[in-house]
Design a protein around this ligand. Structure first.
Ligand SMILES: [Zn+2]
Length: 369
């Protein structure tokens, strides 16, 4: 009997140790400080579902990362108007002490093991008017985020069609038809997720990686028809490392990068279209892209948002990520289940790209020779 108990306790201990060994870790926290809001990005080694709460007396935002091991006890100081201090509350809780009471919006980035919390001033409207503030705010990293070293690129090339328009020798100005605006432009289309990384799961069995690929295929056709040189980061259900995508995009010196994603959250009422960018050079593309998505899809306008997502952060050219709708919202999941809607998304993105390269208008333009 004693032997049996010893054996049993050994098994229990082994299971406990296995649990400890498996627990996810906090990989880093970044805080981007803005005039009206701060973006807090919490990176973890595995996907987790955090619990975010605002508490009073004193004002603080707490984030419970259940199942996460927080090893760090102290966090360096940050330069934010509203977040005065970052500290640990308990073994799984991070506390953001606040200078005054705020609003917040939380978004888990599926497949990227990160939680993005926008902490914003109460007087600030929900949709940002990003033109009011400088896009290239200084970044205040709190902890280093683990970075993946770029490797050999496995990105597949779809088509190359570089047609240089013949010089008519007359000089002066000439009309460039709006339909020809994409000729020779190098565009990288990146259907989010793939392979072992499914991205978001939506209502009715929707899987983000499949929808992004379908949308990308429609989009490539639209862009090819207009003479663009298009690179698709994946043609199949495979996972391509984000660092590889970015390294490739930078190496070929693409004109723009467009990442395709579909959104998801735990709140099924959340719906609408968002467009993400990070660098100042990407803001114009983000705004024009967002306008086209809003007009053509007619979903709720969640605004153009600045977030430090890997590809848009590291791209050296204008780079955006589109999130046309929420797969976790019944109405939008129903839409996203139809190829017709995905094609509509592709058409909106294609129109956005076209308008961007035409300087933000939809007419034929005079070009100087
Ligand atoms: Zn995604």
């Amino acid at each position: 009997m004693k032997y049996f108990l010893n054996l049993l306790s050994s098994i229990v201990l082994f299971i406990l140790l296995a649990q400890v060994g498996r627990s996810a870790e906090l990989a880093g926290i970044e805080i981007d400080c803005h005039k009206y809001y701060d973006t807090v990005t919490i990176n973890t080694s595995e996907y987790i579902k955090p619990k975010v709460m605002l508490l009073d007396n004193p004002s603080r935002l707490v984030v419970d990362l259940t199942g996460i091991k927080i090893k760090t006890k102290t966090f360096p100081k940050i330069k934010s108007k509203r977040i005065t201090k970052v500290r640990t509350g308990s073994s799984t809780r991070i506390v953001f002490d606040l200078a005054y009471s705020v609003d917040y919006e939380e978004a888990s980035i599926f497949g990227q093991n990160k939680v993005v919390i926008e902490v914003r001033d109460k007087s600030r409207p929900y949709v940002h008017n990003l033109q009011e503030e400088p896009a290239a705010d200084p970044v205040a990293p709190v902890m280093e985020v683990k970075k993946v070293a770029p490797q050999i690129v496995r990105v597949e090339r779809v088509v190359v069609r570089e047609e240089v328009e013949s010089d008519n020798g007359r000089g002066g100005s000439q009309t460039r038809p709006y339909s020809k605006v994409l000729k020779g432009k190098i565009i990288v289309i990146d259907p989010g997720h793939g392979g072992a990384d499914p991205g978001a799961f939506g209502i009715g069995g929707l899987v983000e990686k499949n929808l992004t690929l379908k949308t990308a295929n429609y989009l490539v056709e639209f862009l090819k028809q207009q003479g663009a040189t298009v690179y698709l980061t994946r043609k199949k259900n495979v996972k391509i490392d984000l660092a590889e995508v970015t390294a490739f995009t930078n190496r070929i010196d693409a004109d723009i990068y467009v990442g395709l994603h579909y959104n998801a959250t735990y709140n099924s009422r959340m719906n609408g279209t968002e467009t993400y960018y990070y660098t100042a050079r990407s803001l114009k593309l983000a705004e024009i892209m967002h306008k086209n998505l809003r007009e053509k899809l007619g979903r709720r306008d969640n605004g153009v948002r600045r977030a430090k997502l890997y590809t848009v952060h590291h791209a050296l050219m204008p780079a955006v990520i589109v999130e046309p709708c929420y797969l976790t919202n019944p109405e939008e999941a129903n839409l996203a289940a139809s190829d017709r809607f995905l094609k509509k998304v592709a058409a909106a993105v294609s129109d956005g790209i076209k308008e961007y390269f035409n300087g933000g208008n939809r007419k034929d333009t005079k070009v100087k020779h």
